[in-house]
Design a protein around this ligand. Structure first.
Ligand SMILES: *Cc1c(COP(=O)(O)O)cnc(C)c1O
Length: 360
C-alpha cells in the first residue's frame, strides 16, 4: 500500500491514525458486534459516540455553555440559506463582507431571504486581501454580519476577529475551523462543512449562541431549524452518524497533538515553509497580500503557465496529488490542513525547487 501526499482542498486528507482506528473498528465497534454505520442513532452506543464528539469539540474550542453545538447536514452551501432563515429574527437585512468565491456564494443565496448588504468588498483588489475593518460600512440594524474566515479558493484568511458591536458576527469557517484557537464568544454563529479540516463530507458543524435561535422563518424546513435541532440534540432527523464518529476520532487526535494551540504552531510552521520559498524565488509567486495569506490553502502561480501541466505531472510522479488550482483562478493550490504532515510540505518545496532548477 502506498499513501500519497494529498493536497486536496476538500474532501481532504485525514490523519492516518484516525483512518487506522476506523479500519480496526469497522466490523465491531468496542465489542458491540456492529459497525458504527449499522447502529441505530438512538441506541446507547451511538448516543455515547455523539456525546463524546460534542464534548471533545466543546473542549477543543472552549465553547461557552450558552452556545449550542449542532451536527447537521446540507454543508456550508446549505448554511448560506439556513443562516438567514434562522437569524433574520424579524430584520430585513444582513451585512456581508465579500472576500472571494465563497462569500460571493453566501451573498447570492442570502439575497433570496433578505437584503444582503455588501458592507465591504475585496473585489477591486482581485480578492487578494481582507478589507480593513475601518473600511466596512456596517448597518447597526442588520440581523448579523457575515464573514468567510478563510477563502478556500483565493487563499485569504482573517488572522484577526472583527469587532462588530452588538450585531452578531457569523462566520463560515469551513476551511479553517480547528486550525487554531478561536474566541467563540466573539461570534453569534460559526458554521462549517466537515470535509476540509474535520472529517468526511456530509456533516455540517454549527455553533450558535442560544439567544439567537427560536425565530426561524415559518417556511424554514424543520430539519434546518436550529431551535428544533437543538431541542432534539441534533437528532430531529437521522444525523450523519458515521461522519460524526470519524469527526470524534479527529477531535481526539487533535487533543492528543496538544489541542488547537499546538495545531496553530504546526500550521504556521508548515505554511511558512511554502511562503518563505515563494517569496524567495521569482519562478513562482503568491498572489495574496502577506498579512492575509491563508495558512490552510496556499495558491501559487508558475511564472510561465505553459509549464503548469509538466509541474502537475512531475508532482503526481512523486506522489503529490491535487495541486491544481481551482478552475476559477487557475495556477496551483496546496491545501495543507491539520492532517497534512510537515513532511508533505517539505516534499512539495523540495520538488518545487527541483522543478525550478530544471526549468527556471
Ligand atoms: C468547501 C466550502 C464551502 C462549500 O461547502 P459544501 O459542504 O460543499 O456546501 C463553503 N464555504 C467554504 C469556505 C468552503 O471551503
Amino acid at each position: 500500500m502506498t499513501r500519497v501526499f494529498n493536497f486536496s482542498a476538500g474532501p481532504a486528507a485525514l490523519p492516518e491514525p484516525v483512518l487506522k482506528t476506523a479500519a480496526e473498528e469497522m466490523l465491531d465497534w468496542h465489542g458491540s458486534g456492529m459497525s458504527v454505520m449499522e447502529m441505530s442513532h438512538r441506541g446507547k452506543e451511538f448516543i455515547a459516540i455523539h456525546a463524546e464528539a460534542e464534548a471533545l469539540l466543546r473542549e477543543l474550542l472552549a465553547i461557552p455553555t450558552d452556545y449550542k453545538v449542532l451536527f447537521m447536514q446540507g454543508g456550508a452551501i446549505g448554511e448560506n440559506a439556513i443562516v438567514p432563515m434562522n437569524l433574520l429574527r424579524g430584520k430585513a437585512s444582513a451585512d456581508y463582507i465579500d472576500t472571494g468565491e465563497w462569500s460571493k456564494k453566501s451573498i447570492k443565496e442570502a439575497g433570496k431571504y433578505c437584503k444582503a448588504n455588501v458592507a465591504a468588498s475585496a473585489k477591486d483588489g482581485g480578492y487578494t486581501s481582507i478589507p480593513p475593518r475601518d473600511s466596512w460600512k456596517l448597518d447597526a440594524n442588520a440581523a448579523y454580519v457575515h464573514i468567510c474566515s478563510n477563502e478556500t479558493i483565493g487563499g485569504v484568511e482573517y488572522h484577526w476577529t472583527p469587532e462588530v458591536g452588538d450585531v452578531p458576527l457569523v462566520a463560515d469557517m469551513s476551511s479553517n475551523i480547528l486550525s487554531k484557537p478561536v474566541e467563540v464568544s466573539k461570534y453569534g454563529l460559526i458554521y462549517g462543512g466537515a470535509q476540509k479540516n474535520i472529517g468526511p463530507a456530509g456533516l455540517t458543524i454549527v455553533i450558535v449562541r442560544e439567544d439567537l435561535i427560536g425565530n426561524a422563518l415559518p417556511f424554514c424546513p424543520s430539519a434546518f431549524d436550529y431551535k428544533q435541532q437543538a431541542d432534539n440534540d441534533s437528532m430531529l432527523n437521522t444525523p450523519p452518524t458515521y461522519a460524526i464518529y470519524i469527526a470524534g476520532l479527529v477531535f481526539n487526535w487533535i487533543k492528543a497533538q496538544g489541542g488547537l494551540k499546538a495545531m496553530a504552531e504546526h500550521n504556521r510552521a508548515k505554511a511558512a515553509l511554502l511562503y518563505d520559498y515563494l517569496d524567495a524565488t521569482s519562478f513562482y509567486s503568491s498572489p495574496v497580500a502577506r498579512p492575509d495569506r491563508s495558512l490552510m490553502n496556499v495558491p501559487f502561480k508558475l511564472k510561465d503557465e505553459a509549464l503548469d501541466e509538466a509541474f502537475l505531472k512531475g508532482a503526481q510522479q512523486r506522489k503529490m496529488l491535487q495541486l491544481k488550482g481551482h478552475r476559477s483562478v487557475g495556477g496551483m493550490r496546496a491545501s495543507i490542513y491539520n492532517a497534512m504532515p510537515v513532511e508533505g510540505v517539505k516534499a512539495l518545496v523540495a520538488y518545487m525547487k527541483e522543478f525550478e532548477a530544471k526549468h527556471g
